[in-house]
Ligand binder design. Sequence first.
Ligand code: FAD
Length: 303
Amino acid sequence: MSRVLDQLAIERDAPIPTWFRVGGRADRLVTPRDEAELASCLGLDPEPSILGDGANLLVADEGTDRLVVKLGETFREMTIDADTGRVTAGAGADLSKLIHATVRAGLSGLETVIGVPATIGGAVVMNAGGAFGAISDTLTRVHALDRSGERITLERSEIGFGYRQSGLNHLMITGAEFQLEPSDPVKARDRLKDIMRRKSTTQPLKERTCGCAFRNPTLPHELPGIGAAGERVGAGLLIDRAGGKGTTVSACRVSDVHANFIETGDGATASDILRLIDASRALVLDRFGVTLETEVVVWSRSR
Ligand SMILES: Cc1cc2nc3c(=O)[nH]c(=O)nc-3n(C[C@H](O)[C@H](O)[C@H](O)COP(=O)(O)OP(=O)(O)OC[C@H]3O[C@@H](n4cnc5c(N)ncnc54)[C@H](O)[C@@H]3O)c2cc1C
């Protein structure tokens, strides 16, 4: 491992690109080219932070002292077998590119998660999805390295997928496999367009956001006109009903389109976003007695 470790180029004080386009830098960032180099990252930090597309990520203004790992080119490969419907993708592959390629190949199943900016690794860890389906619906297998650098493969049945969670956060995901169904490419393309059209009317997709800031909570008690005890309801609905839409902190604003999205403008900082998150959380707790948990992943200094 030490010979491989010597070959890893460490970038110091490196920017961390996120969809919010705010936040601090990485003390150390590496881009492993293969699994051996990825495993050797554990020699630099036993708990590295894997960077996907940065679409669900907020980095604190002071940055992070964890080793940030950006998967290199070889982790972006994809294979699509149009005859069997079997699809494989590296964890660094772009989800949107994979979806479009499968639709072009006449395969259906992944288009339900169109409009979710993500790498395959980030989408699997977050079990990305929404009203139309989730990435776990068609997933059959995940490949990863565990925290001792051992290569493991997990079957779908061994993974505890749930609402926006996979239980895989302790792993370094290297790839995933999917089983799709043959379909008429024209119909699948129409479905893609339809989902995108619906999303663009209900979400501020042109703004700088991280998607939903909060997980949709399960209600601890009945809220008349909102939901029954035990029901999962939209965090955005609660923020909206509590009067939170349009709240601003500096150049950050709770979206008028969807109250679970925080839009950032020029000059915004990560601290501003965190203050706005706290403000929305306090508002909903005060008005409805419901505690919101963040969906956005926050990286900061460990000490
Ligand atoms: C405009 C917009 C719309 C969105 N809409 C949706 C939506 O409809 N549904 C939805 O679910 N989400 C949505 N999101 C949030 C985001 O797209 C998803 O959470 C996505 O899965 C994040 O993937 P990523 O590659 O960007 O991961 P990142 O944001 O880079 O990372 C997220 C987490 O995954 C971990 N991770 C990433 N790659 C790996 C890996 N290879 N191995 C181990 N851990 C890894 C990171 O360490 C981090 O903890 C939206 C975001 C935006 C900006």
